[in-house]
Design a protein around this ligand. Structure first.
Ligand code: SAM
Length: 313
């Protein structure tokens, strides 16, 4: 909260957010659907643009893993995958199956996946872009092969809705991934414990994390970090809004659970002048952070459960 001159504006925001948080408490899924929580933003998108988004996400994962296109199938072949927070369409899961994965389990806190006409069109577009074996495999993601409207075949894409957002799987997963999700989870420690529990020894984890305000800043891109923790919770706890944890918390969590960090790479950095402006008003959890940690507005995280051996297999 910015003290002094913005008191009335902040009070109005606080009351508005607290009331909408109560609506989200009564109907979290409805709230999430109405506010369109996907990683694809708020603007209108064509079927092709949405399909491009999933293709880009899929490609990005393998660029970060350092796996060339012609080795992706080798890597995925027979693997069990877990995706946190697929949003409203499990498009990346579909591509993972197309390119060799055995099964993708998608877990979400909110039931966002719907087979609307638009979403069916996007899945058909993704299918249509595939050829040969890959297309045949992707077709079997649906109860009636090639027909998204028939629903997902749980042997290929399993969709779990858990109010905790936790999969509760046990040692069966080879590769965990997510994009624009970890910054929304309500209990980051529990989510990493869930990953550790779900993974096989040597299993790998790849996340893209977006540490920006998600539209919840006012005058400075970091001023959403000025609300005291308790007020932030009253305003946003039921909405899947950003949990505000910065990169230091992820580092500490990885250290606690003993994952080996292979790569932690910023996707966007903010200017020091913006940090200097907001620093005097930061809420307690962020006050003692270094300029470097505060400057990270997003990052890639690649880690391994144990015994990292320099190459991803
Ligand atoms: C911004 S969307 C990103 C969706 C998708 N990954 C994409 O790139 O379009 C955030 C997703 O995280 C989900 N989510 C929020 N809290 C979660 C939690 N605790 N566990 C798992 N998923 C969660 C939301 O329901 C939503 O599906």
């Amino acid at each position: 909260m910015m003290p002094g001159k913005y008191f009335f504006d902040d009070t109005r925001r606080f009351i508005h957010a607290m009331l909408s948080n109560q609506i989200a408490k009564v109907s979290p899924t409805l709230y999430s659907r109405l506010t369109k929580k996907t990683g694809r933003g708020f603007s209108a998108e064509s079927t092709q643009q949405a399909a491009d988004y999933f293709q880009t996400c899929f490609n990005d994962y393998f660029v970060i893993l350092g796996i060339p296109e012609n080795e992706v199938e080798n890597f995925l072949s027979g693997k069990q995958l877990l995706e946190y927070g697929p949003g409203d369409i499990p498009g990346v899961a579909l591509l993972m199956i197309a390119h060799g994965a055995e099964r993708v389990t998608c877990v979400d806190r909110f039931e966002l996946v719907t087979m609307s006409q638009k979403n069916e069109g996007i899945l058909l577009e993704l299918l249509g872009r595939l050829e040969g074996e890959a297309r045949a495999r992707a077709s079997h993601c649906f109860l009636k092969p090639g027909q998204p409207g028939s629903g997902f075949n749980p042997d290929r894409i399993r969709y779990l809705i858990k109010p905790s957002g936790l999969s509760k799987l046990n040692g069966e997963i080879d590769f965990i991934f997510s994009r624009a999700v970890l910054e929304h989870v309500n209990d980051l420690d529990a989510t990493f414990d869930d990953m550790a529990q779900a993974l096989q020894p040597n299993g790998i984890v790849l996340h893209q994390v977006d540490l920006r305000s998600h539209g919840l800043h006012r005058r400075n891109p970091l001023d959403f970090l000025t609300w005291p923790t308790v007020l932030w919770s009253w305003m946003h706890s039921n909405k899947g809004a950003p949990n505000r944890w910065r990169v230091n918390t992820y580092r500490d969590t990885l250290h606690r659970i003993g994952f080996e960090t292979v790569l932690m790479q910023p996707t966007q950095l903010i200017d020091k002048s913006i940090i200097n402006e907001v620093r005097p008003s930061l809420a307690r959890p962020f006050k003692s952070l270094s300029d470097v940690d505060l400057s990270w507005l997003g990052f890639w995280l690649l880690c391994r459960k144990t015994n990292y051996e320099n190459t991803i297999q």
